[in-house]
Structure formats: structure tokens, C-alpha cells
Design a protein around this ligand. Structure first.
Ligand code: FAD
Length: 394
């Protein structure tokens, strides 16, 4: 019997597998696709901090990013630029393969074409059932990690519950030979969210947006505009879709069970970026599971320390980020334009860029810093904050 079965060979699943296998546990990763990184819908932007923390090597990095331009609904632009690269763009498929290779090197086993359909806990083990090339399979293990990404159906079936809020993401690869900086568009392109155009390599770019409805139709419309403006060569491209949890599922642990990554809602609610938070969650999950396996105590009570630990690390970011997300979704195009004007005319953009603690991944500090400007809170009609405005330490 395997010690732990991990459902899903994305970055969060593979990193959990690697860390547990390195401790000597017998690990099996079940992946529904024919291999890892086969069907990814992701722009692949991670911070330099994430790349350094998880030793992501240059072979899977397409490009470094040190500047971005944000466009308001009326086309007012804010340039954000720092000398040092703040982020990198990954070859997302190659990255998934790298993470799986590291787990395999530590002796984790992978089984492909294996779609898990259910998990039941029966006394001293977990029983995992699924389909492999049309045939049913059933395997047992001491514990299970749900790392199946945004998959509310499976999360519900295993008793964790579905995320309480989510959005749809849609993305395409386009030819954009002149594009040198990341661009983000607010307003009608993606109401309540934003659209992005990110240069990758060899004149190519990823264009995408998040939305609560009609994500594909909105992207097509926007691509046609970008093509008319000459920013991209053609709007005739295949769309890729993915779901993004914006809020946590009710539980991220249970008897003999943990969830990591998107399956645990470890995603920035501001941008939908989930790679870094998922890897941080995986690190904590592997640590808690290792100790629980060593003590032969895989009860829900014992594993609850996982949720406490990862919330200590990410909880504040998720709470503040989700509050800011809901505020942003209520803003009219006029209010967004006004905020852009205030930021530019008061030099707030420069002040934020100078604050070294405001970084690509930790948004609560930037949100709270912005809300210290009365001009902004008055424009947004924010009279009471749900957190202390001097609470800006991580
Ligand atoms: C359009 C879009 C753009 C994005 N851009 C970024 C970005 O720039 N930066 C960033 O940080 N994040 C981005 N994200 C989010 C990011 O892709 C996810 O947060 C990240 O992939 C989560 O990793 P994960 O390992 O938790 O899940 P996933 O990467 O989704 O991996 C889950 C794995 O589980 C497998 N699986 C699912 N169900 C089953 C099953 N029943 N049985 C067996 N296997 C199963 C899947 O095939 C998959 O391989 C984006 C998302 C979208 C939709």
C-alpha cells in the first residue's frame, strides 16, 4: 500500500509528492492526462521571489519582466517600472514537467490516464476509485492529497466542499512582435477583473482575461480590437479555459485527507495567480503529513494543523485580497478612471514603487497603503476598513 496518493500532477501535487518522497514515504501521483503539463491554461507569471524560493531554473523561464503598463477604461496609462526584474514568465508545460521530474527523482511514482472519481475513508485507509482508459480501478493508501486544481465536483465528492466564489479565466497565444512590456486593461474589456497581454518569446504573447460571465466572447471581442490596433497579428486563435477559485472551499483537510493549491483555494483573489501560493501550501502540507504519518495519526483533528499553518502564512493576503476584489467589482468605469488620475497626479505610483515591501505576491500591503490616501477612499466611498490601516506587516 502507498503511504500517500496525490490526485493531480500539477505544480502543487508534484511539489507535495517530492517533499514527502524525499522523507522516504511511498508516494503515488494519479494524473488524468497522458502526462504532466499536457493541458495547461495559465499565463505562467510568477514572482522572482517564487522562482528563487523554489529554485525554478532558467530552462523553464521564457522571459523576465521588470515593467508593466496599466490602462484605465478611458486609456489613461500608469507605467510601473523597477530596475530589478520583478517576475518571470514560465513555459508552463515545461515547468510542470520539471516539478514532476524532481518528484520522480525523489522516487515518487506517477500513473497517467488515471482520472480519480471518488475517495472514501474506510477505517485504517483511504480508498481511491477512478477510471483508467475506460476501466475502473481502485487503490488504497494511508492518506490522500487532493491536488486536482479547480475541480469543484471532486472536492464536493470527497467532502471538502466547493470554493465559495470563483471566476472563469480564458487565454490564447498570439503573435505580438512589437510587444515588450506586460499590459493590463481595466474596464469594459473584463468588467470587475482585467485583461492582460504578456510578451513571452520570439514575438509571441499570451492574451487573456478573467470574468464571471461570457469570458470567451469578451476575449474574442478584445482580440479583434487588439488586431485592429495592430498590437497582435490575428484574432483567429484557439481559446483555452480554466476556473479560478476566489474563495476557499469550506475545508482543506479531513480524515486522512488534505487539499493543496487551487483545490484548497490557495490563489491570490486580486489577480488569480495561484502557482506560488499553491507551492507554499504544498510545502506546509508535506511537512504536516510527514509528521502525522510518523506518529501514525491521520485523524482530521491532527491534520487540522495544516489549515491553521497555511492560513497563518496566506490567510491575511486572501482576506484582504478578496475584500479588495469585491470593492473593485463594485467600481464604475468612471471611478476607476478617477483613481488612475489620483494615483498619477499625486505620485502615488512612484511612492508605492519605492516601498520595497510592496511586491508582486503580497498585495495586502499595497491595498492598505492605497487606502491611506483620503482622496482614494473618498472616491471609492470607503468609510470603514475591515482591517486596521496600520496593520501592514506580513
Ligand atoms: C487563464 C489563466 C491564467 C493564469 N495565469 C496565472 C499566472 O500567470 N500565474 C499564476 O501564478 N497563476 C496563474 N493561473 C492560476 C494557475 O494556473 C493555478 O493556480 C495553478 O495551475 C494551480 O496549480 P495546481 O497544481 O493546484 O493545479 P493544476 O495546475 O490545475 O493541476 C491539477 C492537475 O490535476 C489533474 N486532475 C484534475 N482532476 C483530476 C482527477 N479527477 N484525477 C486525476 N487528475 C486530475 C489535472 O489534469 C492537472 O494536471 C492562471 C489560471 C488561468 C485559468
Amino acid at each position: 500500500m502507498h503511504d500517500v496518493i496525490i490526485i493531480g500532477g500539477g505544480p502543487s501535487g508534484s511539489h507535495t509528492a517530492r517533499r514527502l518522497a524525499e522523507k522516504g514515504w511511498k508516494i503515488l501521483v494519479l494524473e488524468k492526462n497522458t502526462g504532466v503539463g499536457r493541458k495547461t491554461c495559465c499565463t505562467g507569471i510568477i514572482s522572482r521571489e517564487c522562482a528563487d524560493t523554489f529554485e525554478i531554473d532558467n530552462r523553464v523561464i521564457l522571459r523576465e519582466l521588470n515593467s508593466a503598463v496599466l490602462f484605465s477604461p478611458s486609456g489613461n496609462a500608469i507605467h510601473l517600472h523597477r530596475e530589478e526584474p520583478q517576475a518571470v514568465v514560465l513555459d508552463r508545460s515545461a515547468f510542470d514537467v520539471l516539478m514532476a521530474e524532481r518528484a520522480q527523482l525523489a522516487d515518487a511514482e506517477y500513473q497517467f490516464n488515471s482520472r480519480v472519481t471518488d475517495v472514501t475513508i474506510a477505517g485504517e485507509h483511504a480508498s481511491i476509485t477512478g477510471l483508467k482508459k475506460g476501466n475502473n480501478f481502485q487503490i488504497t493508501s494511508k492518506a490522500v492529497v487532493i491536488a486536482s486544481g479547480f475541480n469543484p465536483g471532486l472536492s464536493e465528492r470527497v467532502g471538502l466542499g466547493a470554493p465559495k466564489d470563483y471566476a472563469a479565466g480564458v487565454q490564447v497565444e498570439v503573435e505580438a512582435p512589437g510587444l515588450e512590456e506586460t499590459e493590463a486593461y481595466f474596464g469594459a474589456t473584463a468588467p470587475g477583473f482585467f485583461g492582460w497581454l504578456v510578451p513571452t518569446s520570439h514575438g509571441m504573447a499570451r492574451a487573456g482575461l478573467l470574468s464571471r460571465s461570457e469570458a470567451g466572447a469578451r476575449l474574442k471581442q478584445w482580440l479583434r480590437r487588439l488586431a485592429e490596433q495592430g498590437k497582435i497579428m490575428s484574432a483567429d486563435v484557439k481559446l483555452n479555459y480554466g476556473g479560478i477559485p476566489l474563495k476557499l472551499p469550506p475545508h482543506t483537510y479531513g480524515e486522512r485527507l488534505l487539499a493543496v493549491g487551487d483545490a484548497a483555494g490557495q490563489v491570490k483573489p486580486t489577480t488569480g495567480g495561484g502557482i506560488y501560493y499553491g507551492l507554499l501550501g504544498a510545502e506546509i502540507a508535506a511537512d504536516v503529513l510527514h509528521r502525522a504519518l510518523a506518529d501514525n495519526n491521520l485523524s482530521a483533528k491532527r491534520l487540522s494543523s495544516y489549515e491553521r499553518a497555511w492560513r497563518r502564512k496566506l490567510g491575511r493576503e486572501l482576506r484582504t485580497g478578496y475584500w479588495a476584489r469585491k470593492l473593485f467589482e463594485r467600481m464604475s468605469e468612471r471611478q476607476i478612471d478617477q483613481v488612475f488620475k489620483i494615483i498619477k497626479s499625486s505620485g502615488i505610483d512612484e511612492a508605492l514603487l519605492k516601498d520595497k515591501d510592496i511586491t508582486f505576491d503580497w498585495h495586502s500591503r499595497a491595498i492598505i497603503s492605497l487606502l491611506k490616501y483620503q482622496l482614494i477612499t473618498r472616491t471609492l466611498k470607503v468609510f470603514k476598513l475591515p482591517f486596521k490601516s496600520d496593520d501592514i506587516d506580513r
